[in-house]
Design a protein. Structure first.
Length: 262
């Protein structure tokens, strides 16, 4: 189940992609299938081991085109182990709501993204998330749980402050909001409640079969109760220096060199 819409966020074969906070690897797997050079990074060692196994299985099954690569590794989102401008694309899906220093994470993503590169950020949507918080403290008051609820303008503002240029947004997973409301109402860990079990079967059927009825229903529900807010942005190129500025820089450099020679 993808949150990022790759028709709005196209990848080219050979793109260097960082899936930051990859979790179970759903977006990393899709990027690998599309021919990217993927790094899936997460702080959860157990999930990273599983993602690495799936990458190996995909390679053996020939699911990725020639030239595609995939690496799974542990890492800290606030101290990424990569040089500046290492990636063409960065994806961070349903992660930032967990991290106290979200501005620090954005700064690290911008640092490792090349100028002209693209970034996709997804977070729980404000309205549906507020309902979950109202129904259940257990939903968010857990170790590593959600510590904030973003309004769309707030997230876009932080992305702009980090130096990104947003170019598109949408909502996703409209069918999933009622499921989480039921989970919160009957107990987040109570999977045996009849309404929860019944709705879960519906979601599994939708994911596996993709019937027209649920696809149309989700398209109608996404703008209203879509569970996730998705934002796409680019990292602008630095403006080229004006001719006068370039001449001035050259003069300054010549003067400094002459002074050093003396």
């Amino acid at each position: 189940m993808l949150t990022v819409d790759f028709s709005r966020f196209p990848l080219a074969q050979g793109d260097r992609v960082l899936d930051l906070g990859c979790g179970a690897g759903r977006h990393a797997f899709e990027c690998y299938r599309r021919g990217a050079q993927v790094v899936a990074l997460d702080q959860n060692a157990e999930e990273i081991r599983e993602v690495a196994k799936w990458f190996a299985a995909m390679k053996e099954a020939g699911e990725a085109p020639a030239g595609a690569t995939a690496t799974a590794m542990e890492g800290d989102a606030l101290a990424l182990p990569f040089p500046d401008e290492s990636f063409d694309v960065v994806i961070i899906s349903e992660v930032m709501e967990h991290i106290p220093d979200d501005k620090g994470v954005l700064a690290e993503m911008v640092r490792v993204l090349r100028p002209g590169g693209r970034i996709a950020v997804t977070v729980p949507r404000y309205g549906p998330e507020k309902v979950c918080w109202a129904l259940s403290d257990e939903y968010h008051e857990v170790e590593g749980g959600h510590i904030r609820i973003y309004k769309a303008d707030e997230l876009l503002g932080k992305m702009r402050e980090a130096g990104l240029k947003p170019y598109g947004t949408h909502h996703a997973h409209g069918l999933h909001s009622p499921y989480w409301w039921l989970k919160c109402a009957f107990g987040v860990d109570n999977d045996q409640a009849l309404p929860v079990k019944a709705y879960h079967k519906l979601l599994v059927w939708d994911i596996m079969k993709k019937p027209l009825a649920t696809r149309m229903a989700e398209q109608l529900l996404n703008p209203v109760i879509g569970k996730s807010f998705v934002a796409y942005a680019t990292k602008p190129h630095l403006p080229a220096p004006a001719a006068g500025d370039a001449a001035a820089d050259a003069t300054t450099a010549d003067t400094a060199a002459a002074g050093a020679a003396k």
